[in-house]
Design a protein around this ligand. Structure first.
Ligand code: SF4
Ligand code: SF4
Length: 335
C-alpha cells in the first residue's frame, strides 16, 4: 500500500479541484454537506459524517428529468440527462455501502434509471476511513465497517505521516497524483468500534407483522420524513409536472422528481382517497420491514448501512437500533 503525506494530499486535491468538479464535506452555513469545493482549504476534515448522505449527489432531492413543449397538438419531450465528470472526496464507508441498495434498484433493475446511472458512471469516489465510530453509528452490525472500501474507487486511511491509499478500481488508479508515492512502512491503525446491535435475520420479521409494537412505537412519529431524507439507501420519489413560462406560442412544463418517503401520511393514498397505510404504526412498520425484509427479499441488499443518521435526525428520538432490539426480542419470545 502507498502513502501520501498531508501536504501531498492537499496538493493533489487542489489539482483535482482545478481539473474537474471536486465534491467534498464542506461547511454550508453551519451544516456539513457534500458540496463542490474550490480547493482543499474548503474541506472539513474532522467529522463523523455529513448531515445528508452522498446519495444526494446521484439522486438529488429535486431534479428536472424532462422538459415538455406543447405546440397545438404536438408535444415534444426533452430529457435533461446530467453530464460532466466529478470526483467525490471524503466519502464515508456507510455511504458508499448505500450504493449496493441504490444500484440494485436504479442500475441493476429494468428500466435502468439513466439519471442515476449516468452520474454513477461519471463520478469517482475517494473514501476516507473513520478512525472511530460516531456515537450513533452501527455499520459493523449491518455488514460494513468504518474502513470498509466497498463501493469506493480509492480508500484513504489516516496514518502517522499522512494517509494510506488503497486502490480499489481502475477508475481510482487513474486518479492517483502524478507524484511518486512512498511505500507505507507501518501498520494501518484499526478503527475504534462501538458495541454491535442485534441484527434480526430476515425470518424474524414476518411473524412480528401484526404485533402491537408498531402502533406503540410509532405513536410519537410526526410523519416528517426526515429519517428517509438523510438516509443513504431510501430511494422513494414523487414525479410532478410544473408549468414554465410560455414561449413563442408554446406551452412549457418541467417534469421534476423529488424525494418522498413511506413515512409520509399520503404516500400510499390512492385515487378516491383510500389510504392503506393511514395509521402511523403501519407506515413505521413498512419503513423498517422495507429496510430489513422487503428490500433484501426483492433486490438482495439490506437497505440500512448503519450510518446512524436517522437516529440523530429524528425529532422525537425514534431509534432504528431500538427497533432492531425489539424485533430480536419479539422473535425470541415468539419464535
Ligand atoms: S441508520 Fe437510518 S439513515 Fe442510516 S442507513 Fe440505516 S435507516 Fe438509513
Ligand atoms: S424522522 Fe422520526 S418523526 Fe420524522 S418520520 Fe422519521 S420516525 Fe417519524
Amino acid at each position: 500500500m502507498q502513502l501520501i503525506s498531508h501536504s501531498g494530499l492537499a496538493t493533489w486535491l487542489d489539482h483535482l479541484a482545478q481539473e474537474t468538479t471536486l465534491i467534498a464535506p464542506r461547511n454550508v452555513d453551519g451544516v456539513l454537506l457534500y458540496r463542490p469545493v474550490q480547493s482543499s482549504g474548503d474541506i472539513v476534515w474532522d467529522f463523523v459524517r455529513p448531515v445528508l448522505s452522498v446519495k444526494e449527489a446521484f439522486f438529488p432531492a429535486t431534479e428536472r428529468v424532462l422538459t415538455i413543449e406543447k405546440t397545438g397538438q404536438q408535444i415534444r419531450l426533452n430529457e435533461t440527462v446530467p453530464d460532466g465528470e466529478r470526483v467525490i472526496f471524503g466519502v464515508r464507508s456507510c455511504d458508499a455501502r448505500g450504493f449496493l441498495a441504490m444500484d440494485a434498484l436504479f442500475a441493476n433493475t429494468e428500466p435502468v434509471d439513466v439519471y442515476y446511472t449516468t452520474r454513477r458512471e461519471n463520478t469517482a469516489l475517494i473514501g476516507l476511513s473513520c478512525n472511530e465510530m460516531g456515537e450513533t453509528c452501527f455499520c459493523t452490525s449491518t455488514g460494513g465497517a468504518p474502513d470498509d472500501p466497498t463501493g469506493m474507487d480509492l480508500m484513504l486511511t489516516e496514518v502517522d505521516d499522512g494517509y494510506a491509499i488503497q486502490v480499489i478500481t481502475e477508475k481510482g488508479a487513474a486518479l492517483l497524483p502524478e507524484i511518486t508515492l512512498q511505500e507505507l512502512a507501518g501498520e494501518i491503525p484499526q478503527p475504534v468500534l462501538n458495541d454491535p446491535v442485534p441484527f434480526p435475520p430476515m425470518e424474524a420479521w414476518p411473524p412480528q407483522f401484526n404485533d402491537a409494537y408498531w402502533a406503540d412505537m410509532a405513536e410519537r412519529c410526526l410523519s416528517c420524513r426526515i429519517c428517509a431524507y438523510v438516509c443513504p439507501t431510501c430511494r422513494c420519489f414523487d414525479v410532478r409536472d410544473e408549468p414554465l413560462p410560455a414561449e413563442n406560442g408554446s406551452q412549457h412544463f418541467e417534469r421534476i422528481r423529488c424525494w418522498d418517503s413511506c413515512a409520509g401520511e399520503v404516500y400510499r393514498q390512492i385515487a378516491g382517497g383510500h389510504n392503506p397505510r393511514a395509521a402511523k404504526g403501519d407506515r413505521m412498520r413498512n419503513r423498517f420491514f422495507c429496510k430489513f425484509y422487503y428490500y433484501p427479499e426483492q433486490y438482495g441488499p439490506v437497505a440500512c448501512t448503519g450510518c446512524g443518521r436517522c437516529v440523530d435526525a429524528c425529532p422525537v428520538n425514534i431509534d432504528i437500533t431500538e427497533v432492531m432490539h425489539a424485533v430480536q426480542r419479539l422473535a425470541e419470545v415468539e419464535p
